[in-house]
Design a protein around this ligand. Structure first.
Ligand code: NI
Length: 220
């Protein structure tokens, strides 16, 4: 759809304009041969993570809760060894594209991203908008009651096997708000890494573009 992504080349550390479609073609025709992307033979792993608000409610429709999430994400990357390549905050769910070190387990990463948001949200709602509490109430069949910001369980974790798949997921992440009619162009949505990739602006969150696979290689 004519989307232009500006991707930084780690080697040149300069911004070069390349279309997503162009990258994917290039990756496919690496070394002049039309061949499939090779599997990475490195021990690090790339994860496409998705997690949703409790009951798929739009708890992330306010800038306040989005800022809690971004602050938690920044703290999580200080605590755990992973690179952040892509992210989007939608009103009721979040996608992250991360590259985790071998020793990095995903569930503690997710916990340190999600738990502070839930705590901050519950404290805020109790103090400022207690009438909203029933929206967060999780009544389980066994009678347990708890207030939740996030859907129970860890969400969805998909491992990326190829560079091509990784580019596709980054593109998909950035297009989420466009598909939902929240923005005309991916970079118009302030709550994703689209602007960081398109404009080189690491606000509100820095992305680790230096480790992102170069479009000219299919493997490291
Ligand atoms: Ni989505």
């Amino acid at each position: 759809m004519g989307l232009w992504a500006w991707l930084a080349s780690p080697a040149r550390s300069a911004l070069v304009p390349v279309s997503c479609e162009g990258i994917l073609r290039h990756v496919e025709t690496d070394a002049g041969q039309r061949k499939r992307c090779k599997r990475w033979d490195i021990p690090w792993s790339v994860h496409f993570l998705t997690f949703s608000c409790f009951g798929r409610r739009a708890f992330l429709s306010k800038d306040r809760s989005r800022r809690w999430l971004l602050a938690a994400l920044e703290r999580a990357r200080a605590l755990h060894a992973f690179d952040l390549w892509g992210w989007v905050i939608m009103p009721e769910h979040v996608h992250l594209l991360i590259w985790a070190r071998p020793e990095t387990e995903i569930s503690p990463v997710l916990k340190s991203v999600k738990q502070p948001v839930a705590r901050a949200a519950l404290a805020w709602v109790r103090r400022e908008a207690p009438q909203f509490l029933p929206q967060m109430l999780d009544l389980q069949p066994n009678g347990r009651r708890s207030y939740r910001f996030w859907q129970r369980g860890g969400g969805y974790d998909r491992s990326m096997r190829t560079v091509r798949e990784t580019y596709e997921k980054l593109h998909y992440i950035h297009q989420n708000p466009v598909h939902r009619g929240l923005a005309d162009r991916a970079e118009d949505w302030p709550w994703s890494s689209a602007r960081a990739w398109a404009l080189g602006i690491d606000e509100p969150v820095r992305i680790d573009r230096g480790s992102f696979p170069d479009p000219e290689v299919t493997r490291f």
